[in-house]
Design a protein around this ligand. Structure first.
Ligand code: FNR
Length: 383
């Protein structure tokens, strides 16, 4: 896949100034979004690893379950609120960490965090954000002040750097900027990507830090094994080290095995995001929803498990919660909505998802997240 250039950018429509009436769901945003991206960027965002069977399965995993409605429930006082790590969250829907929002819109993460704040939603800011993490936190505070509300908790996603000193620096910067939870992503250390960032988009938090090239040692006869990238990849010991570096809760992102869930608990994790990285890192990986129940059993309620990869509807959120997830995150939909409608687009996308969740909870008679149980699901036989 080739990089993008100025000509490529000209093929993309600018963001709309008003949201069209026919956008009523997250897939509606996705359909519209393609025209708002240069082709190479669109492929980079949308694609999965290899033949994309995991990418397709991430959608199919939700379709295997039907909902069993419950009528005449008393829904007065119903709420989607939840507490995680001692922090109030308005709904079990968060913006997943996604790199380089400026690929979708010139205001990038500033637009995303302002929209998330307005919708009382937590954004997990990526290490690879295209705007410095401090500026994103400041934009969240400014939006909350303008709206006279308390800002929702901000989380920061950490990719380990080649040098522990740089990793510690990122953690310290995130803490100083007011981030309240650290997400340690562990499933993408050896992800391969051919995508070249367009001019003007960069890893704003990593300026001045040495980066290991993904393809550095190929010429020296190494493929994956023995490369600097794999040798520098974090291990369980790195989690223990991270635990010693910060008082913030640590959520490990990218686990799919019950045994790893137990190890995460043992090494000091406070939460887990069950995820196959939206099908991007290795084709053929298990789907999060399939692994979730065994992982919930493995941690015996000592840790909250969150889930992402393929969440597109309020009913997907409900199904994940019924199988034991505490909350869910959406990845690509934020870039779709941002490219189509900027800040308004993301706010509208989050509103749609929250409205769909409330509607679905009403139909299954659950007035709180705690009331959502497995009995609301009917599993279809696997054909
Ligand atoms: C990601 N994801 C990701 N995860 C992470 O921990 N740090 C990151 O910087 C990124 N960057 C990133 C870029 C793009 C373009 C995509 C699509 C995804 C993974 C992300 O957090 C999440 O796990 C998936 O996107 C969830 O799947 P869906 O919602 O996109 O299907």
């Amino acid at each position: 896949m080739s990089g993008t250039g100025a000509d490529d950018t000209q093929t993309a429509l600018p963001p709309l100034t008003a949201i069209p009436n026919d956008i009523r769901s997250l897939p509606d945003y996705e359909r519209r979004a393609e025209a708002h991206f240069p082709p190479a960027t669109w492929r980079h965002i949308q694609s999965g690893a290899g033949p994309e069977t995991s990418l397709a399965a991430n959608r199919a995993q939700f379709d295997r379950y039907r909902l069993v409605p419950r009528m005449l429930a008393d829904m007065r006082g119903a709420t989607t609120e939840l507490e995680m790590f001692g922090l109030r969250h308005a709904a079990p829907v968060l913006l997943a960490p996604v790199a380089y929002h400026r690929l979708a819109h010139p205001h990038g993460e500033l637009a995303a965090v302002s929209a998330a704040t307005a919708l009382d939603t937590t954004m997990v800011v990526s290490t690879l954000s295209s705007i410095p993490l401090e500026d994103i936190a400041a934009a969240a505070r400014a939006a909350a002040t303008e709206l006279r509300m308390q800002a929702p908790p901000l989380w920061f996603q950490l990719y380990f750097q080649s040098d522990r000193g740089y990793t510690a620096e990122l953690v310290n910067r995130a803490e100083a900027a007011g981030y309240q939870v650290l997400v340690f992503t562990v499933d993408a250390s050896v992800k391969r990507s051919e995508f070249a960032l367009p001019r003007g988009v960069e890893a704003a938090n990593l300026q001045g830090m040495p980066r290991l090239s993904q393809n550095a040692d190929v010429a020296g006869g190494k493929i994956v094994f023995g490369t600097a990238l794999l040798d520098a990849a974090p291990t369980w010991e790195s989690l223990a080290w991270l635990r010693s570096q910060t008082r913030l809760p640590i959520v490990v992102k990218g686990l799919l095995s019950p045994e790893d869930a137990r190890l995460a608990l043992e090494h000091g994790a406070d939460g887990i995001i069950v995820s196959n990285h939206g099908g991007r890192v290795l084709d053929g990986l298990a789907c999060p929803l399939d692994m979730l129940p065994a992982m919930v059993d493995a941690v015996e309620d000592k840790l909250p498990l969150l889930l992402d990869s393929g969440v597109r509807h309020g009913t997907d959120v409900l199904k994940a919660l019924a199988l034991g997830a505490r909350a869910t995150l959406v990845g690509r939909p934020q870039l779709h909505a941002l490219a189509v409608g900027g800040m308004q687009g993301i706010a509208h996308m989050l509103h749609i998802l929250r409205a769909e969740l409330e509607l679905a909870m009403s139909h299954v008679g659950c007035a709180s997240l705690a009331a959502i149980e497995k009995s609301i699901l009917l599993e279809q036989s696997r054909g």
